[in-house]
Design a protein around this ligand. Structure first.
Ligand code: SF4
Ligand code: SF4
Length: 309
């Protein structure tokens, strides 16, 4: 079983559309939407959810009001200003009859655990925080593992690792040959979690200066993680000179160029119809993607024949 991750270094290069098109061609791949901060592969592949589970990320402090002795130690220790104090008058006549309720602002708590460690009354629980949900689904192109992360939630790298592990477990059970991962943009934590341990990364770029820069950053990440890359250029014909420059860069660095996709409005039309480009009838983009798929398969065969990674 091989793992191919599709990345771009930035969003908006057509990465997800290409992943969906390759999923259509592969048919028997296990699909992973690792772009958990802005998942959108499901918009094209329209999955039927078979199972869903909570994703628990970091911890959160919760104060038990029954046990709390109102000493204020947690408020003084918290570096994130996450302990709030409500002063409540408990007797309308006595001036000094007040009570202070210490509570945790759940949006401010960073889950560092300091208050838990120093609370003298052992009044602070520290449960795991539910940050989102992840799903095992069925699609017309094969099984898909994907997730929905809560708004502004972190731990996306951890979630990506979880999705990939589930895909590998499923692959081991079903003898699947390929895991196809729609990676996140950028080179941050979720991108690292998507690329680490993959057999190959396909970088999708566009012929613009910023895209080229992002492609080089993505290549740097893959080099660092010892994952070999392939490159394809989307909309290469909108700026052929820059596309040629990218090709020269690939050649100079020994990176296989698996194909160039021309600008084709079918990308948008397909997305609106919840279809992949390969399902909308053959056009220039679909023909180019067919060639890209052939190139990818050759590289996968290379790995099977023992090429060094
Ligand atoms: S440290 Fe513990 S006992 Fe003190 S105010 Fe905070 S929760 Fe209450
Ligand atoms: S866990 Fe850390 S961030 Fe959260 S309330 Fe306690 S001290 Fe503050």
């Amino acid at each position: 079983m091989k793992e191919l991750v599709i990345i771009s270094g930035k969003g908006g290069t057509g990465k997800t559309s290409l992943t969906a098109a390759l999923a259509t061609l592969a048919q028997d791949a296990i699909l992973v939407d690792a772009d958990v901060d802005a998942a959108d592969l499901h918009l094209i592949l329209d999955p039927s959810i078979l199972a869903e589970s909570d994703f628990k990320g970091g911890h959160i402090a919760v104060i038990d009001q029954e046990r709390c002795e109102q000493c204020g130690e947690c408020r003084d220790r918290c570096q994130f200003d996450a302990i709030k104090v409500d002063t409540i008058k408990v007797d309308a006549i006595k001036v000094d009859a007040i009570r202070q309720d210490f509570t945790v602002d759940q949006t401010a708590c960073e889950g560092c655990g300091v208050c838990v460690r120093f609370c003298p009354a052992d009044a602070i629980a520290f449960p795991r925080r539910v940050c989102g949900k992840w799903f095992i689904s069925d699609t017309r192109c094969g099984p898909m593992i994907h997730a929905r992360l809560g708004i502004a939630e972190e731990n996306s790298g951890k979630l990506v690792s979880l999705l990939r592990k589930e895909a590998r477990d499923m692959g081991a059970e079903t003898d699947a040959e390929l895991i196809l991962i729609d990676g996140p943009p950028g080179i941050g934590c979720p991108a690292i979690a998507s690329v680490t341990g993959a057999d190959r990364a396909l970088i999708v770029t566009e012929p613009t200066l910023s895209s080229r820069h992002d492609m080089e950053r993505a290549k740097g990440l893959c080099d660092f993680l010892n994952v070999r890359v392939m490159i394809c250029i989307n909309k290469y014909d909108i700026y052929p000179e820059m596309a040629a420059e990218i090709e020269r860069y690939a050649e100079k660095n020994g990176i296989p160029m698996v194909g160039k996709i021309p600008y084709d409005p079918v990308f948008t039309a397909a997305m609106i119809e919840k279809k992949s480009v390969m399902e909308t009838g053959l056009g220039p983009a679909a023909a180019a993607i067919s060639d890209i798929w052939k190139g990818i398969k050759e590289h996968i065969q290379e790995i099977e024949q023992g090429a060094t990674l």
